[in-house]
Ligand binder design. Structure first.
Ligand code: DX5
Ligand code: ZN
Length: 217
C-alpha cells in the first residue's frame, strides 16, 4: 500500500493534489503532524484532518504525530476522526502502553514509530496492541531527505522480531521513498510505503503513483 504524505505538496493546490492521488488509486493518506519541539518544524493542526475526513469520508487518514506533548495531542487528534494514529516511542517512553490502550478504547488503530536510532527490540512488549509499526527511514522533521542505508537491515530485524513473537502486523516505512528505495524496503519486508516529495514534487501525481505501485506490487 502507498500512503502519500502531503507535507511537501503545494498547499494552494491541496484539494486538487489529493483528488489526483485518489484518482490514481490511493485510499490512505499519511498526515505529518509536527509541533516544533519533537522535530524542528511545524505543519498542520487538527482542523486539516477534520476537513479531510469531511471531504473524503471513505479515505483512510493516518496521523503521524511528531510531538512530545502526548497528553494534549493524542486526545486532540483522536477527536478529529482519523482512522489510525502513530506516535513516537521516544516521546511516549513508559506511557507507551497507556496510549495504545487509549487508542483502542477510542476505536482508532494504533501504531508506534521508531526513529532510526531507536533499537528494534523496544517494540517487543507492545506487539499485541499494535495495528502497524512505522520505521523512520530518515530522521523525522522534513520531507525530501535521503533514505538511510541501515534501513533494510532494520526492517529485516523488525520482521524477525514480529515473527518470533507470532504476531502479524504490517511494517510501514517513511522517508526518502522513491522507486529505488521502495524496492529495497519491500524486499526487506515493508508493506506500507509513505512517499511525499516523490509523489508531489515530480512529473504528474499519477505517473509517480503508477511507478511506485509497480515497484511494490
Ligand atoms: C518526515 C515525515 C515524512 C516525510 C516524507 O518527518 O515523517 O512523512 O514528509 O517525505 P519524503 O517522501 O519526501 O521523504
Ligand atoms: Zn511521516
Amino acid at each position: 500500500m502507498i500512503a502519500p504524505s502531503i507535507l511537501n505538496a503545494n498547499n494552494m493546490h491541496l484539494a486538487n493534489n489529493i483528488n489526483a492521488a485518489i484518482n490514481s488509486g490511493i485510499n490512505r493518506f499519511h498526515i505529518d503532524i509536527m509541533d516544533g519541539h519533537f522535530v524542528p518544524n511545524l505543519s498542520y493542526g487538527p482542523e486539516l484532518i477534520k476537513d479531510l475526513k469531511k471531504e473524503f469520508p471513505n479515505i483512510e487518514v493516518e496521523v503521524h504525530l511528531m510531538s512530545n506533548n502526548l497528553d494534549q495531542m493524542i486526545p486532540l487528534f483522536v477527536e478529529t476522526g482519523c482512522d489510525l494514529l502513530e506516535f513516537h516511542i521516544e516521546a511516549a517512553q513508559s506511557n507507551t502502553q497507556k496510549w495504545l490502550d487509549y487508542l483502542k478504547e477510542n476505536h482508532i488503530k494504533a501504531g508506534i514509530v521508531l526513529n532510526p536510532a531507536t533499537p528494534i527490540k523496544e517494540i517487543t512488549s507492545y506487539l499485541p496492541s499494535l495495528d502497524q509499526l512505522l520505521l523512520m527511514t530518515v530522521i523525522p522533521g522534513f520531507g525530501g531527505q535521503q533514505f538511510r542505508d541501515d534501513s533494510a537491515f532494520r526492517i529485516k530485524e523488525a520482521v524477525q522480531t514480529i515473527k518470533a513473537s507470532h504476531h502479524n502486523l504490517p511494517i510501514e516505512v517513511d522517508g526518502g521513498i522513491n522507486d529505488i528505495t521502495a524496492k529495497i524496503a519491500k524486499d526487506a519486508g515493508a508493506k506500507i510505503f509513505v512517499a511525499g516529495s516523490y509523489i508531489f514534487n515530480k512529473n504528474t501525481i499519477k505517473q509517480q503513483i503508477d511507478k511506485l505501485a509497480k515497484v511494490i506490487s
